[in-house]
Structures are given as structure tokens and as C-alpha cells.
Write a protein that binds this ligand. Sequence first.
Ligand code: ATP
Ligand code: MG
Length: 260
Amino acid sequence: MEIIERASIGLKVENFSKSYDSVKVLNDISIEVEPGEIFVIMGPSGSGKSVLLKHVAGLEIPNNGRILIDGKDISDPKTRTQVHMALIFQAGALFNSMSVFDNLALYPREHRLYNKKTLRGKVMKALETLSLEDAAEKFPSQLSGGMRKRVAIARALVMEPELILYDEPTSELDPTMGATISEIIADLRAEFGVTSLVVSHDRDLALTIADRVAILMDGDLLEVDTPENINKTENPRVKDFLNPVIDIKNPRFKKKEYSR
Ligand SMILES: Nc1ncnc2c1ncn2[C@@H]1O[C@H](COP(=O)(O)OP(=O)(O)OP(=O)(O)O)[C@@H](O)[C@H]1O
Ligand SMILES: [Mg+2]
């Protein structure tokens, strides 16, 4: 496998804040991700995880602070193009009217990056890496949710990224498929040295593949530590988030009688 021949790159988020109108979404966030690290950001729905990833990808500009990838400020359109980075969107963002092959080939074709034969080789290699070679001529609507997630990852691989940003890569998948995706993220790091920034609610993913985990709540970064230490946290908010206890005697969960 020689999809990625480049060295890994690191990432630095420095005192980053973001508000939309007057609503503060992220508050003075600082993170440093080492080259080749798998760094997982966990947090409840609405805590600002996707907003953070969009800024790291350079799709939006911070109100305050800086985001540096491989030492380059990602807010600057000139340096952004020099960074080999891929964002895998929460919903996959595949084009339903195109085959899997054409989804993977779209960007390199539009930018005339490779000749036809090289492009075919790179697309098929990326599909093989994710065991999707038989799906090349299928359309996204013919695939399961897990396969669509894998296609989205394969599409990123065609561009040979040094850094992959994953937004909820295991959401909407059953636990087995979730574990497969976690394994793929770990394999891509092991085989190609890809630096991975993963946003997820998935406790199993974080505890099994992360080198470090950050907990984001209401726009604040509460903890950054190894999965082992995060799992032993004394912070009651983090504890509750990681191990929610459902009180089955709570009247909210009582069986209701519905009239027909
Ligand atoms: N473009 C925008 N304009 C205004 N508000 C926004 C915008 N994008 C996000 N927000 C707000 O920022 C907050 C954080 O959103 P975000 O999508 O980052 O949450 P999240 O942590 O990814 O949640 P989930 O786990 O459900 O995906 C939400 O309150 C959202 O409404
Ligand atoms: Mg999100």
C-alpha cells in the first residue's frame, strides 16, 4: 500500500473562540495534536464539535485565535491549499447521482490532477483499502450506512491526506460496524502515519483508538488526557457524560397507555 508517501503533520489550535451573532459557541479553545496522533474530541450534541472541525478545515474563519496546521495558518487561503487535509463530513456528503467510482474521482478530475490511468489506479487502491472494490459501480443509495461512511473515507484517501478530520464517523452505525470504522482509522494511522482529529460521541471509539481525548462541553474544553485518565475522571460533568445513568423509576420513562 503506498497511497500516502508524505510525512505526518501536527495541528495547533490557539485560543480559538467563535460566536454566531451574539451567541458564543466556542470559548478560548487551545489544542495541540502531535503528528501521527489520533486525537478524539467528545462532547454532547450542540457543544460545538462540528463548528471546531469546520474551522480546522479552513471552511470558516475564527473570531479570535489561530489554527495552525504544520505550522501554517489555515485562515490564509494561500497556505490552506498547501496542506494535504481531508474533512469527512458528519453526513458523508456523497453525490447520490454519481457512482462510488465517480464520487472518488470527482475532485481529482475537476482539478486535472492525474491522467486517466493513474486516477483509476488511485481510486481503485483507495476502494481496496476499505474493502469496497466491488462497490465501484454502485450508487450511494444502494449502499448501507456503514458502506457510505467507508466510501466517504475512501474519497478522502484518493487525495493522499496527511491529516484527516472525521466528524462522527461511527454515528448511525451498529456497534460492530462502529468498531470496524474505528479499526480503519487506527489502520490508516498505522500504515500511512495519518494524523487524525476525530469528533465523536462514541465512547468505545475514544477509549479504544485515541491517544488522547478532549472533552468539549458548552463550548469549553474541560479535559485533555489519555483515554485511561479520562475514564477515571473525577469531574462530575464529564463522569455523567461518559456514564449516563438512566433512572428507570423516573416517571418520565413509565410506560404510557395510548388510546387507539
Ligand atoms: N453557521 C451557524 N450559524 C449559527 N449558529 C451555528 C452555526 N453553526 C453552528 N451553530 C450553532 O453552534 C452550536 C454548536 O453546533 P455544532 O454543530 O458544532 O454542534 P455539535 O457538537 O457538532 O453537535 P452534534 O453532536 O449534534 O453534531 C449549535 O448551537 C449550533 O446551532
Ligand atoms: Mg456535529
